[in-house]
Design a protein around this ligand. Structure first.
Ligand code: BDR
Ligand code: CA
Length: 341
């Protein structure tokens, strides 16, 4: 079994990732860390619990993350105090689009998300796969508690960033990094010492993962697992909102789902870490990356040092291109089949 901790801010594409995760038979989901991001932390906790409840997976602990990004919480020495942004327009007021999730029958864990990272890494030294599909706040706080985290974790996969690319938040920033730039910078710096470089999936790559209404209809029509149908119907209601948002944003009636690819790549890599093909479904580049923390126009922008001007060793394996059709076929097949329990 692959021990995996998912740190997410559900979020509609986070929910797609969570659904994909619940369909894996060889993964031990040691916990879900909920971060603030698309909606406030209290709501991402409820959403994670709600999606798990629908899948009858109340056994998976949900760990509440920090309420605020580092700069706003005083946990960072940085004095910039931009107001915290939420993405109601993208994910709906509750973060589940048009879906109404059940009131969770399970309570959140008493262990915080940062502690959960530390506990899971210590419980599975060298084995834990970590996936972040929200801001890096919890992981940065975990690094403060346990600076040896990069040596304990098998590999970290992060959805975030926009490198030499237009942003989806400010002109040059991507949502997850923009929400907590200090946290992302701490993680990039801290994990530079990891044996396996963090894998970073930025929007210029993940935007190619597009679910269309046709694909969704095929998934719904093909699903036969008795308990899974209701989960998928809720997902369809969430995605309907995501389609509407993307249409209003000029992309057409479809949904760019950023998060599930990064999770799936993490799992496929963990199954075959020494394979010659590297990161599944992707072309990558190893490069030194960092986050702009000061710029009045560019705070939160991710920067890759393509020409080695900093003289720094690479600290990330950056996804450059995804074989989107191949991955989407895999995603569709997996979500249609449903969980194996
Ligand atoms: C990221 O931002 C969030 O809105 C999505 O869930 C995804 O993790 C894409 O920029
Ligand atoms: Ca997310």
């Amino acid at each position: 079994m692959i021990p995996l901790l998912l740190d997410c801010d559900p979020g509609i594409d986070d929910a797609v990732a969570l659904g994909y995760l619940l369909c894996q038979e060889d993964v031990d989901v040691v916990g879900i860390a909920a971060s603030g991001g698309n909606v406030p932390t209290a709501q991402t906790v409820l959403n994670a619990l709600g999606w798990l409840d629908l899948a009858e997976r109340g056994d998976v602990p949900v760990h509440p993350g920090a309420e605020l990004p580092l700069a706003q919480s005083g946990a960072s020495s940085d004095t910039l105090m931009a107001p915290t942004l939420y993405a109601d327009d993208t994910h709906g007021r509750t973060g589940a689009g048009h879906a109404t999730l059940p009131t969770p029958s399970t309570a959140p864990s008493h262990t915080s998300a940062a502690e959960a990272w530390v506990n899971a890494a210590r419980a599975h030294p060298g084995e834990l796969v970590g996936v972040v599909t929200g801001p890096c706040t919890n992981l940065a706080l975990a690094l403060e508690q346990e600076p040896g985290l990069p040596q304990l974790i098998k590999r970290i996969f992060i959805m975030g960033g926009a490198f030499n690319y237009r942003g989806n938040t400010k002109p040059t920033t991507e949502w997850n990094i923009d929400h907590d730039p200090e946290a992302a910078a701490k993680v990039f710096a801290g994990f530079a010492a990891a044996e396996n470089l963090p894998v970073v999936g930025p929007i210029e790559a993940t935007e190619s993962i597009v679910i269309t209404p046709d694909r969704l209809a095929r998934i719904l029509a093909g699903a036969s697992h008795p308990g899974w149908q209701s989960w998928l119907e809720h997902l369809a209601e969430a995605l309907r909102f995501y389609f509407e948002f993307h249409a209003a944003d000029g992309h057409g009636y479809l949904a760019q789902v950023h998060d599930p690819y990064v999770l799936a790549a993490a799992l496929q890599w963990a199954r075959n870490p020494t394979g010659k093909d590297g990161i599944p479904w992707a072309e990558t580049a190893t490069v030194a990356v960092d986050v702009e923390l000061q710029g009045s126009l560019t705070r939160g922008e991710t920067v890759a040092d393509w020409l080695g001007r900093w003289g720094a060793a690479p600290n990330a394996e950056l996804i450059r291109r995804i074989q989107a059709e191949d991955f989407l076929h895999h995603l569709e097949t997996t979500l249609t089949r449903g969980p194996t329990y």
